[in-house]
Ligand binder design. Structure first.
Ligand code: OXD
Ligand code: MN
Length: 606
């Protein structure tokens, strides 16, 4: 078949052959090689508006921005349709869906056959990380979705400059994505095409391939993000001795002008983007953003661990984002942004729950219906998003694109724990910190009087994102100490902004006040803040935290820093059950850490 080819095709032979093979399978009418230029981006937005996928927002209120409403059945990552197709099920481990690679390829090849008829196949060469950085990696996504191409423009570095760095290398991640809706007749395209019955988000770690079919949304379709930068990269990191993590990266500057970089792993919906862009309440301190979702870290020649943000934009959850909760995120999305599944105001702007104190009197909701306050439905989908270039963030650190990355002093782990877990706790050492990361959890139900809530474990916030057996992943973390001297390793902390009092209210104000915890961590790394050894780790006493100007009763602070020995002991059985899932692949060291914790706790609760 004679296909039109546009854009700037690669000279890389392996790439050209692969694109031809995939085009033979999917049978698109045309192929476009993306150059990554602003002209191309403008063309993509116009194309989305023309096809009915997007609407322009008012150019005075949100310059160069569009609103997209997805199919109501395609609004989030689909974990039950996500597969790790490693050679054996044991390699994927108990936390991933698995199918044998040949079997999955068989299923997918049947679905991909002719799936792009009537459409254009876009070839997106992208770099995760600054182009040419020694930590960055290249991927190629093939897709038939204009929405995906436009989002990838913002979320990654796209285009000819990536092909230039690639040369004739065959070392790139191959991603194929289709919405799975061929256009065969004269019927009009849907505003948001997606396959109603077949959805597959699949990964082949051994061959560094991603195949995604049927969904056009977020992490299912923007393959650079969760699929490449976490699931495939975690396997590469294991094989090559580095870390690919679900972590924010922030820069913290003290009043004396000293800088430290901190990463943080938190499950979805625990305020990661807010922490990455936090405005400190303590005078003289400054937080700047390097990244809000993913960190790739490698040891440098100096023995320190250096991190880059592999992404170039934010794909942030909109609801809850306001000038109070995160002004920097809202200001980042002031222009040049794609909004997905938000509500629209009468004057052509977007709105979502909690964006403003007062709800607008009338809106069009995310499924295009009239909406009024009190009508009983949310105006925006709870997973509505903004896609925004990171450089538009008012507090983006000037070095956020430094190809060397930034050296990491401390790492945070956190979850939502209304009970038991204190505000902050420093690990005794690396292996104790890995233990804390491995038992990260949130409570699914509030604790009843005297009982402990059910824990949902999300180790290192990687449960949906680790591309191999999680027992081996813990072992990989433990092996990091062998790569440098102990004094060079980042310090590890378990933080919890969500502890509640007996009245069910949060004890800690959170948001900008979290800077007080960051200050203590900063000073610990410098050796200038005190801590006390407790059975669970090293904790600040109330007097070790900077509480100047903090409107918090002393009792609340005492409770926030109390070691609830019986509460911890009551969770041990759940931790044991969580560990049992990993069988013989759970490192013995972690069982030893758990046993040592129990011994220390029994010592104090006797
Ligand atoms: C995300 C997530 O979208 O973690 O970043 O789910
Ligand atoms: Mn995330």
């Amino acid at each position: 078949m004679n296909r039109t080819i546009s854009g700037v095709p690669a000279k890389n032979q392996a790439l050209v052959t692969w694109v031809e093979d995939m085009a033979t399978l999917c049978q698109p009418d045309a192929i476009h090689w993306c150059d990554g230029s602003p002209t191309e981006y403008a063309h993509l937005l116009r194309g989305m508006v023309h096809s009915g996928t997007a609407m322009w927002l008012d150019d005075q209120k949100r310059p160069n921005s569009v609103l997209v409403r997805s199919d109501p059945g395609d609004v989030a990552r689909v974990e039950d349709r996500t597969f790790i197709c490693s050679p054996t099920q044991d390699d994927a481990g108990p936390t991933n869906n698995w199918k044998a690679p040949d079997e999955m390829h068989g299923i997918l090849d049947g679905l991909y056959e002719g799936c792009m008829r009537g459409r254009t196949l876009y070839v997106i060469p992208y770099s995760m990380g600054p182009v040419g950085s020694p930590i960055a990696r290249i991927g190629i996504e093939l897709t038939d979705s204009l929405y995906v191409v436009a989002n990838m423009h913002t979320m990654t570095r796209v285009g000819t400059r990536v092909l230039d760095v690639m040369g004739q290398s065959t070392d790139f991640v191959r991603g194929l994505h289709s919405v799975g809706v061929p256009l065969t007749g004269t019927e009009a395209d849907a505003p948001w095409p997606c396959n109603p019955t077949h959805k597959y988000i699949t990964h082949f770690p051994a061959t560094r391939e991603i195949r995604s079919f049927g969904s056009g949304y977020g992490g299912n379709a923007l393959l650079g993000k969760k699929c490449h930068a976490l699931r495939i990269a975690s396997v590469q990191a294991r094989d090559e001795g580095w870390l690919a993590e679900h972590m924010l990266i922030l820069k913290l500057t003290s009043p004396e002008g000293t800088v430290k970089y901190i990463t943080g792993a938190f499950p979805s919906a625990c305020g990661k983007t807010n922490l990455a862009m936090l405005i400190p309440t303590i005078p003289g301190w400054k937080v700047e953003t390097i990244g809000d979702d993913i960190a790739w870290m490698k040891f440098g020649a100096d023995g320190r661990l250096w991190a880059i943000n592999p992404e170039a934009g934010f794909f942030g959850v909109a609801p809850g984002t306001s000038m109070k909760s995160n002004p920097n995120a809202l200001l980042s999305a002031a222009r040049n942004s794609i909004f997905t599944n938000c509500a629209m105001t009468l004057d052509g702007d977007v709105w979502w729950e909690q964006m403003t104190d007062e709800e607008p009197p009338v809106l069009t909701d995310w499924i295009r219906r009239p909406w009024r306050p009190g009508c009983g439905r949310p105006a925006a989908n709870p997973n509505a998003r903004f896609t925004t270039p990171a450089h538009q963030c008012p507090v983006i650190a000037p070095e956020w694109e430094d190809p060397r990355g930034v050296p990491i002093s401390a790492m945070l782990f956190g979850g939502r724990r209304p009970t038991v877990v204190p505000l902050v706790c420093e690990a005794f050492n690396w292996r104790h910190g890995v233990f804390l990361g491995s038992i990260m959890s949130s409570e699914t139900t509030a604790a009843a009087a005297g009982a402990v809530g059910q824990l949902r474990f999300d180790p290192f916030a990687m449960l949906p994102f680790c591309g191999y057996h999680m027992g081996d992943y813990f072992g990989h973390w433990l092996s990091m100490t062998g790569r440098t001297s102990p004094s060079m390793m980042p310090r590890l902390y378990y933080v919890n902004w969500f502890r509640k009092g007996d009245d069910g209210k949060f004890l800690w104000p959170g948001y900008g006040e979290n800077s007080r915890v960051l200050e203590w961590i900063f000073r610990r790394c410098d050796g200038t803040a005190d801590a006390v050894d407790t059975p669970i780790g090293r904790l600040p006493r109330p007097s070790d935290l900077n509480t100047e100007g903090l409107d918090l009763p002393r009792d609340a602070l005492v409770e926030l820093l109390r070691v609830d020995a019986s509460g911890w002991l009551a969770t041990v059985e759940q931790i044991e059950r969580h560990y049992a899932r990993f069988g013989s692949r759970l490192p013995t060291v972690l069982r030893e850490e758990l046993a040592a914790l129990v011994t220390r706790l029994r010592g104090v609760s006797r």
